[in-house]
Design a protein around this ligand. Structure first.
Ligand code: SF4
Ligand code: SF4
Length: 208
């Protein structure tokens, strides 16, 4: 840039209206695509911390124990990553600018507790009035194991535990009976038969 051109620009600058405004006393209209600041609908937040993990500058903090979500607005660079990763879509980029302040501030919001979902009761087993065995309730599973079995089921279970040591055979038998009871309960809704369920591969967690 030549000296004359530079001098012309300097002189022009002396008489032109300044490009800047006295924010926050004066504002200009935000241009299209302007990313203002982060807003949260804390009633939808589940405190999963995904936004905090994704945050480029580490300005979001999530305290699950204390049920708080906080942000340091002046440290935010408006990259929008937190908005993208939030599984509950509770974060948004609001067009308006970050509120001004003399000191770096932190906004701390208390996230309201969500009502716990109700657990559905397990369906009762129609056959012989035995309650459906629960995998996580050994007492119920044991009671189910003691209920009489059909000869076909006994034969199938005997085949599966053949050759196992007595302790392991007992465990496998209890697991297979529990699954058979479940299958009986599902029969009503078009599920598998007890024998078909027993023939299925033994899943992880149940020894076979
Ligand atoms: S917009 Fe970027 S910098 Fe700002 S809070 Fe979200 S992830 Fe962090
Ligand atoms: S990602 Fe969304 S739901 Fe998860 S803590 Fe952040 S704001 Fe809450």
């Amino acid at each position: 840039m030549g000296v004359f051109e530079l001098g012309k620009m300097t002189l022009e600058g002396l008489f032109k209206k300044p490009e800047t405004v006295l924010y926050p006393f004066e504002t200009v209209t935000e241009p299209p695509g302007f990313r203002g600041h982060i807003e949260i609908d804390e009633t939808k937040c589940i405190l999963c911390s995904m936004c905090a993990r994704a945050c480029t500058t580490g300005c979001i903090e999530v305290d699950k124990k204390g049920s708080t979500w906080s942000i340091k607005p002046f440290a935010c660079v408006q990259c929008g990553l937190c908005v993208e990763v939030c599984p509950k879509s509770c974060l948004a980029m609001e067009v308006s600018r970050t509120a001004v302040g003399r000191k770096p501030s932190e906004i701390v919001l208390v996230v309201p507790e969500k009502p716990k979902p109700e657990r559905k009761p397990r369906p009762a087993v129609a056959a012989k009035g035995v309650a459906a065995p629960a995998d996580d309730d050994p007492k119920v599973a044991d009671e189910g194991a003691k209920a009489p079995l059909s000869p076909e089921l006994e034969a199938e279970i005997a085949k599966r535990i053949e050759g196992l040591d007595p302790e392991r055979a007992e465990k496998v038998r209890a697991g297979l009976i529990a699954r058979a009871r479940r299958a009986e309960a599902q029969k009503k809704t078009g599920g598998q038969t007890a024998e078909a369920e027993t023939k299925a591969p033994v899943p992880e967690g149940v020894e076979a």
